[in-house]
Design a protein around this ligand. Structure first.
Ligand SMILES: [Fe+2]
Length: 306
């Protein structure tokens, strides 16, 4: 039977800002039976329909910092291929239909033993998140709570910039650099993701190879830069550091990052409340059991005394 989970709460990281999909509440990174994922539907009908969402601006809107040619190739060909290939890969499998792209990413990551469709699913998610991390006339400095948290966790905005640029520049080969909100509550069996600790509820810069994204470590992505060569070669040839500087100085949408931070914090809070509620319910159950035992024991004692 297909595990077509039905999301029941609002999109968490994506909302109106990035809007790519939903994460199923309580998804615990479990993969019950890999073979089921490869099961073909009897009818062979195509039903998987992840869509290629366009960037939230015209393809020439980021010029002169990111050219129309780059957008046409990067979004129109590379991103499109990830979505098309994902749809072909998962058609008729347990991943087909009803599941959000985030759920597909988390399930196919499979605790690091990635299923074949992970790369296309994660790249589809990453690219939509990347397009929505930029805007015409972007860059500069954030404000409000985002800036406060950056200053709290990195020392200053300048030090954050340095760390982010360094992560993007030193990611060996293809991959991504990220600003994330780290509010881990789950043990996802990944060395990069420790159990909840005093380092939670902080902004952190991380980098990831190939298609991997911080969702699989249970971090909440706030900002990303694509450092695959296809992201910058047409405009900057092999000068990755120049591309990174232009991205930070002229393209970042701090409004999008701020909105994602709000959603990430709300989600972390919601998760904490759920955990507290669960703990409370468990504690409430315990005394009741004991009370029954005491009563039964007490009753027996009374009988004996009679
Ligand atoms: Fe890319």
């Amino acid at each position: 039977m297909a595990a077509a989970a039905t999301p029941t709460r609002p999109i968490w990281l994506t909302g109106q800002v990035t809007g790519i999909g939903r994460r199923t509440p309580g998804l615990q990174f479990q993969w019950r039976n890999n073979k089921m994922a490869q099961r073909k539907a009897g009818s062979g009908k195509i039903s998987a329909k992840f869509e290629l969402k366009p960037p939230p601006y015209p393809l020439n809107a980021l010029e002169p910092h990111m050219s129309r040619d780059t957008l046409e190739y990067h979004w129109g060909k590379h991103h499109r291929a990830y979505v098309d290939n994902l749809n072909k890969q998962i058609v008729g499998t347990e991943l087909d239909g009803g599941m959000s792209l985030e759920d597909v990413v988390l399930l196919t990551y499979n605790k690091g033993d990635m299923l074949p469709s992970f790369n296309n699913a994660a790249q589809a998610w990453n690219h939509e998140f990347f397009w929505e991390s930029m805007k015409p006339g972007g860059g500069g400095k954030p404000s409000g709570e985002l800036l406060e948290l950056i200053e709290r966790d990195f020392g200053s905005f300048e030090r954050f910039l340095q760390e982010f640029k360094s992560a993007a520049a030193t990611q060996f080969g293809s991959g991504w650099a990220w600003l994330v909100y780290k509010a881990n509550r789950l043990d996802v069996d990944n060395a990069v993701n420790p159990l909840p600790s005093e380092n939670d509820k902080k902004l952190v810069v991380v980098k990831s190879p190939n298609a991997v994204n911080p969702l699989v470590w249970d971090y909440s992505p706030l900002l990303t830069i694509d450092v695959w060569e296809h992201a910058y070669y047409l405009d900057f040839q092999n000068r990755r550091p120049d591309y990174i500087s232009v991205f930070m100085d002229k393209l970042v949408s701090w409004e999008a990052v701020s909105k994602r931070l709000e959603v990430a914090k709300a989600r972390a809070k919601e998760r904490e409340l759920e955990e507290e509620k669960k703990k409370r319910e468990e504690e409430e159950d315990k005394p009741e059991d004991e009370a029954v035992r005491v009563y039964v024991d007490g009753d027996a004692d009374v009988s004996e005394s009679d």
